[in-house]
Ligand binder design. Structure first.
Ligand code: ADP
Ligand code: ADP
Length: 232
């Protein structure tokens, strides 16, 4: 379950405006990871936003399907129950870290929230404060860096545990040591799930089933990590 297909998708942010994606087709087989790499402005985030339906593919401009069904034909709520996204720019509520991780999941227990926090290595920066974990659950409006916010967004998605995952440069705000640690967590979280991983460097997506190189909204190349490296 969880086959994702982009079928001849074209998209512009304004109707009649500059096209961002051109007749784009690719598939993520169920339980596999497909990585999309390419230069800034190529349209990578745009295709992630279309899959999560922040925007819709216009009628007649192709379609995106999940398990064969056009995502415009299911409710946004049921689509989003099946998909978790870690967006590039995370906006958090002015509340505690624990609230932000558990938001929208009222049945989550404190132990589950703490488990997700641990997987996203949130305790590393919480542990530096005198109250430790209590700070995370008790203090509102914590001043977090970009990388810390990103880890909160990752924990949120790990807690949601959906069958389909979208990581949009999810670790780009982290320093390299943290990036490696979280990358390993994300890889284990994605095991057995359908995952769309957007990355700016080929080296962070070695494990992907397939890598799609996007340039100017078109597929410039696709293949395994090894095959793409061989081409240069
Ligand atoms: P990437 O993720 O590959 O860097 P994006 O999908 O963010 O690329 O952007 C592709 C193009 O779409 C860029 O030219 C960008 O300026 C434009 N763009 C992105 N978001 C919007 C938006 N909300 N409205 C209008 N244009 C946008
Ligand atoms: P969930 O599916 O986990 O309940 P949401 O659907 O509320 O979460 O949002 C998922 C993520 O997408 C959040 O991190 C939110 O900040 C971000 N987000 C919400 N709206 C947009 C948007 N228009 N463009 C990009 N990111 C967004």
């Amino acid at each position: 379950q969880g086959r994702v297909r982009f079928e001849n998708v074209s998209f512009a942010y304004e109707s009649g405006g500059r096209p961002i994606l051109h007749d784009l087709s690719f598939e993520i087989p169920p339980g596999r990871t497909v990585a999309v790499v390419g230069p800034s402005g190529a349209g990578k985030s745009t295709l992630a936003r279309l899959l999560y339906r922040f925007y819709d593919v216009p009628a007649g401009a192709g379609r995106i399907t999940v398990d064969g069904q056009d995502i415009r034909e299911v409710t946004q709520a049921s689509l989003r129950a099946a998909i978790g996204i870690v967006p590039q720019d995370t906006v958090l509520f002015n509340d505690t870290v624990a609230y932000n991780i558990g938001y929208g999941r009222p049945s989550a227990t404190p132990a589950e929230i703490e488990g997700a926090a641990r997987s996203a290595h949130i305790h590393d920066f919480i542990a530096g404060t005198p109250q430790g974990y209590a700070t995370m659950v008790g203090e509102r409006g914590l001043k977090l860096s970009g990388g810390e916010k990103q880890r909160v967004a990752i924990a949120r998605t790990l807690l949601k545990n959906p069958p389909i995952l979208i990581f949009d440069e999810a670790t780009s705000a982290l320093d390299s040591a943290n990036e490696r640690a979280i990358q390993a967590e994300l890889q284990s979280a994605a095991r057995g799930k359908t995952a769309l991983v957007i990355a700016h460097r080929l080296s962070t997506v070695v494990d992907a089933h397939e890598i799609v190189v996007l340039e100017h909204g078109r597929v410039a190349e696709r293949g395994s990590h090894a095959a793409l490296l061989a081409h240069g």
